[in-house]
Design a protein around this ligand. Structure first.
Ligand SMILES: NC(=O)c1ccc[n+]([C@@H]2O[C@H](COP(=O)([O-])OP(=O)(O)OC[C@H]3O[C@@H](n4cnc5c(N)ncnc54)[C@H](OP(=O)(O)O)[C@@H]3O)[C@@H](O)[C@H]2O)c1
Length: 262
């Protein structure tokens, strides 16, 4: 797959990874459509892209608002007449300590990290079906198979993304020539994990390279960095007793909010 001339829609375009993906693709002669809530940041990225061989448009989009998602897809199609690739990175990471377990945090995480992507897929599919081609790449997370103490809201929403993508991948390709790619980053140094020290985290620029190269190579699952992939996939195989013996606080990570019980 060659990005030259391709129409690429990016959600979460103001984020650590989303912005770097946009800047990486701007060197490849793409037609970019950038979406997120913070318009000033979108404007700034759009300005940087205007000095490259790529084109770009942008518009505010809150993925909790289904109408915004519909408009984002319509605007991209109307401007560029097709949509070749969607790279959907909008997401939030919110701790939900067991001491103050809060269903609203889980609902909000599901709405942004999962349901937002569900509606992007719904509005992209008719366009890509008509084109008989397309790529939908969505960010889940590397630890998407087993729970992590304190991070249940995030993990559940990302596991849902992985599961949905698995269920669409084979049929989407066979019926409509649409590729569903699940992006599973380990720790990436972006505003999302600021304050949570994560050992072995890669830069957002490096993460963007993994993602763009992975799409170019036609990977179905893009997971990185290799050291963390080996560690997480090994832990996935631990029997429950062994898995549960891992220190809880160390899994939450430095910077996780301390909660005093009443
Ligand atoms: N960083 C990591 O270590 C890591 C690891 C695994 C997976 N991931 C996933 O990778 C993706 C990118 O993460 P990142 O690290 O680049 O995070 P980030 O820097 O915090 O960026 C998050 C992006 O999501 C957008 N966003 C948040 N809420 C939104 C909403 N309601 N509507 C529309 N956009 C919204 C933000 O834009 P606005 O605020 O402008 O709306 C921002 O562009 C996320 O899905 C994240 O869960 C990250």
């Amino acid at each position: 797959m060659n990005f030259k001339g391709k129409v690429v829609l990016i959600s979460g375009a103001t984020g650590g990874m989303g912005k770097e993906i946009a800047l990486n693709l701007s060197k490849k002669g793409c037609k970019l459509a950038l979406f997120a809530r913070r318009v000033e940041q979108l404007k700034e990225i759009d300005k940087q892209i205007k000095n490259t061989e790529s084109e770009s448009i942008y518009n505010p989009c809150n993925v909790k608002n289904i109408e915004d998602i519909k408009k984002a897809v319509e605007l991209t199609k109307k401007t560029y007449e097709r949509i070749d690739v969607a790279i959907l990175t909008a997401g939030v990471l919110v701790p939900n300590p067991i001491q103050t377990f809060d269903g609203d945090i889980i609902k909000n995480s599901m709405d942004i990290n999962f349901i937002g992507n569900v509606y992007f897929i719904q509005y992209l599919l008719p366009i890509m079906k008509a084109q008989k081609s397309g790529i939908i790449a969505i960010t889940a997370t590397l630890p998407d198979r087993r729970g992590v103490p304190g991070w249940g809201a995030y993990g559940a929403s990302k596991a849902a993304v992985s599961w949905l993508m698995e269920s669409l991948r084979a049929e989407g390709k066979k019926r409509y020539n649409i590729d569903f790619i699940t992006i599973k980053p380990g720790s990436v140094l972006t505003p999302m994990i600021e304050g949570y020290h994560r050992h072995g985290a890669v830069t957002a620029k490096k993460a963007a390279e993994y993602i763009v190269n992975g799409i170019e190579k036609g990977k179905k699952i893009i997971q990185f960095p290799i050291g963390q992939v080996v560690m997480i996939r090994t832990m996935d195989k631990f029997p429950v007793r062994v898995y549960d013996s891992i220190d809880v606080e160390s899994q939450k990570g430095d910077g996780y909010p301390q909660v005093d019980e009443e």
